[in-house]
Design a protein around this ligand. Structure first.
Ligand SMILES: NC(=O)c1ccc[n+]([C@@H]2O[C@H](COP(=O)([O-])OP(=O)(O)OC[C@H]3O[C@@H](n4cnc5c(N)ncnc54)[C@H](OP(=O)(O)O)[C@@H]3O)[C@@H](O)[C@H]2O)c1
Length: 324
């Protein structure tokens, strides 16, 4: 049994962590830190937790806790760790992008490991500090890693990915406002989205001379999920591609290749990534679907926690999906 703390508990990823960890057999939530709601019931903010927990938000941390999850916006994790120096025995899983890039992985004597189990499970198992990957970055890397591993990302890769409104966090903005988002569609940060940094670092680590990634992110008219498609040049049969993906993910409990076309809803509320591939006229198309708040954030953070503490990788993540 381990004791954990959650920082940024009133946000979307913090809320998902609380929901999942309340049912994790190896975990006790000792504190949920909030800058705005100390003293109030967690279930007053996350109203679906009514009847499931009597936890209160707090404004103090236990510096010697076994594990702390940082669920803060970009730049705030570094500030938080400077203000609240946790003991050397405290493991940290950070959900922001403060420590994801190689240049920022060392921080005040701590070395963060990039937490994508399908890329570096062994390193995660030995780590103390985890930089949890971004949501787009997870969906896209899982679509491309098997090709990179076989040195087959030789040409430009065209990527289009659409996220639900929860990807932008709990704070309201013009493009997450219901009146704007409903029945609407738009792209943003074309070719420049910040997740390209971590995607490029991982893929280049696996295939040094990989082709350029051209990524167009979209805002979708739904609340949760990421639907990504990527296509690039590919020589060989569809069967060869399927075998290559199945082989790469043979030990990955949450990343599954479907031989039937997939749809976003089949992974919502789960920690799964579902992939589908088709080959046509020397082009390969990979579709990748995840729940941005689970495999794209809090679910993957718990998967990483399980690896850090030697728990079964799927512990606490046996979740129910649904397609209608
Ligand atoms: N949403 C996603 O799908 C997703 C996916 C992958 C990664 N991420 C990353 O995960 C992190 C959290 O995302 P989120 O969607 O949960 O964000 P969020 O909904 O905006 O929640 C962040 C929470 O941080 C707390 N906070 C704000 N400023 C703070 C400060 N200066 N010091 C301490 N706490 C502060 C606030 O909680 P209190 O008011 O309770 O303090 C806020 O609710 C972000 O870095 C995001 O990029 C998000």
């Amino acid at each position: 049994m381990i004791n954990v703390g959650i920082i940024g508990g009133s946000g979307y990823t913090g809320g998902e962590l609380i929901r999942l960890l309340l049912h994790h057999p190896q975990v006790e939530i000792k504190f949920v830190f909030s800058t705005t709601r100390a003293g109030t019931k967690v279930s007053a903010t996350h109203s679906d937790l009514l009847g499931q927990t009597e936890l209160l938000f707090g404004d103090e941390v236990d510096h010697t806790i076994d594990l702390v999850f940082l669920c803060l916006g970009h730049g705030n994790s570094t500030k938080f760790l400077q203000k609240y120096p946790f003991s050397e025995t405290t493991k940290i899983i950070d959900l922001s992008n403060d420590f994801r890039l190689k240049a920022s992985r060392s921080f005040e004597g701590r070395d963060f490991v990039y937490g994508l189990p399908e890329l570096n499970r062994d390193t995660i198992q030995k780590a103390k500090y985890i930089a949890n990957p971004g949501c787009f970055a997870t969906a896209i890397q899982l679509a491309l890693l098997p090709l990179a591993q076989s040195q087959l990302l030789d040409n430009e890769v065209h990527i289009n990915a659409t996220t639900g409104s929860t990807g932008a966090g709990v704070g309201l903005s013009p493009t997450t406002h219901f009146s704007w988002r409903a029945n609407n569609m738009s792209h943003y940060k074309a070719f420049t989205h910040q997740h390209l940094g971590e995607i490029n670092e991982s893929l280049t680590y696996v295939q040094k001379d990989k082709g350029k990634l051209l990524f167009i992110p979209n805002r979708g008219n739904f609340t949760r999920g990421i639907w990504a498609t990527a296509y690039t040049h590919f020589k060989g049969s569809e069967r060869k591609a399927i075998d290559l993906f199945k082989d790469y993910y043979s030990e990955a409990p949450f990343t599954q290749l479907s031989e039937e076309p997939i749809a976003l809803k089949q992974v919502i509320n789960t920690n799964y990534c579902h992939l589908h591939i088709m080959v046509h006229d020397e082009m390969i198309l990979i579709a990748s679907a995840i729940d941005n708040l689970l495999k794209g954030a809090s679910g993957q953070a718990i998967q990483n926690m399980n690896l850090l503490f030697g728990f079964p990788e799927k512990e606490g993540l046996d979740l129910k999906s649904g397609v209608y």
